[in-house]
Design a protein around this ligand. Structure first.
Ligand SMILES: Cc1ncc(COP(=O)(O)O)c(C=O)c1O
Length: 346
């Protein structure tokens, strides 16, 4: 299935507000973590001065994030954590430099690496479901930056914070990016709770656990040293007024966010157990998705698509032949999916 075809569904939803499709392809949340957000926005919008540029200091939001993360590290906000990846490459990479990426993983950084004329050194563990990252340290030498996603998308594995800290201490001149887009779904605390070294940048998102992918809000937490480098090219006007409002609103209702995360994790484990008990070859994750390995993967993705359920084929990733990623939808979306998968098997 081509990327373009997937996006056709999004155009239809956009134009007709038709949510009949079950979009289980991009690891979005089936609903916002705080359901009253729409009421909040409709009431608040009347008071907002949308003729003015957004608040460039974003102090209120930054302070709430420091409290939420129990950190006094510096915080920079981004228009989704993806746009941090662009600034990261522009700031720390030059033509000919090497960035090591522990994979198979999220590939949004690739175009930014190419644009800088830098080289991607993809490090794939022997067993992608039992990666031993400290044993791969010799493959990270001469890297300006090391990027990893923890928990990792799409394998769903969780690296230990201890191992990441060890790697960062082995290469003090290398910037270590820990993309924690899915950390709230995992059993680990964020690495920000540890005594992190100055060469670590922790990236976070409002798109997954918070369920606000549409507002485009992400942030990083890091040392003064990395912060001031990144700040040089950061456009302070890039976080729009509504995203700032929703960000503060979500953090003021953090218990609802935790409740939402608990429900997604429960639904994830339920889907995994159900499919496993039915004889499917499934892999659970520490994120908001699971993996299904099947011989006729393309046929299955197309079959589900014909039934209005959109999944993500990941078989082009290294060592992932036959793998399909399934985002955790609502209870009824999961029940429908299980029915369709059984139909396909018959
Ligand atoms: C590992 C990882 N990081 C970041 C993102 C994107 O985050 P954002 O929506 O904040 O740009 C994704 C989205 O799928 C992801 O898988």
């Amino acid at each position: 299935m081509s990327e373009k075809y997937t996006n056709d569904f999004r155009d239809k939803i956009d134009i007709h507000s038709n949510y009949d499709y079950s979009l289980l392809d991009w690891n979005e949340s089936p609903s916002p973590s705080v359901p009253s957000v729409n009421d909040f926005i409709s009431n608040r919008i009347k008071l907002l001065k949308l003729n003015l540029y957004p608040n460039v200091s974003k102090k209120g939001l930054v302070e709430k994030l420091q409290l939420f993360n129990e950190t006094n590290k510096k915080i920079l906000l981004y228009n989704g954590s993806d746009s941090f990846l662009k600034d990261l490459c522009m700031t720390f990479l030059s033509p000919g430099d090497t960035i090591s990426v522990i994979g198979p993983t999220y590939t949004q950084i690739d175009p930014f690496i190419s644009a800088m004329g830098s080289k991607k050194n993809l490090i794939v563990p022997d067993n992608i479901f039992e990666p031993k990252i400290t044993e791969m340290s010799h493959r990270m030498t001469n890297s300006k930056v090391v990027y990893l996603s923890n928990p990792n998308n799409p394998t769903g594995v969780l690296y230990s914070n201890k191992d990441i800290l060890k790697l960062a201490s082995l290469f003090p001149e290398t910037i270590f990016v820990v993309d924690e887009a899915y950390i709230e779904f995992s059993k680990n605390d964020s690495i920000i709770r540890e005594n992190i070294s100055d060469n670590i940048i922790v990236s976070r998102s409002f798109s997954k656990a918070f369920g606000f992918a549409g507002i485009r809000l992400g942030y990083i937490m890091t040392s003064d040293k990395c912060y001031y480098e990144l700040e040089k090219i950061n456009n302070p006007k890039s976080i729009n007024t509504i995203a700032q409002e929703v960000g503060r609103f979500a953090l003021s209702n953090i218990n609802e966010v935790y409740g939402h995360v608990k429900e997604v994790v429960h639904n994830r484990d339920r889907l995994y157990n159900t499919l496993r008990d039915l004889g499917f070859d499934v892999y659970n994750s520490f994120g908001n998705f699971i993996l299904l390995k099947i011989k006729n993967n393309i046929e299955l993705v197309n079959y589900c698509e014909s039934k209005g359920i959109i999944l993500r084929d990941r078989s082009s990733f290294p060592k992932m032949e036959g793998f399909i990623r399934i985002s955790i939808g609502s209870k009824s979306q999961i029940d429908d999916l299980v029915k369709i998968l059984l139909e396909f098997q018959q």
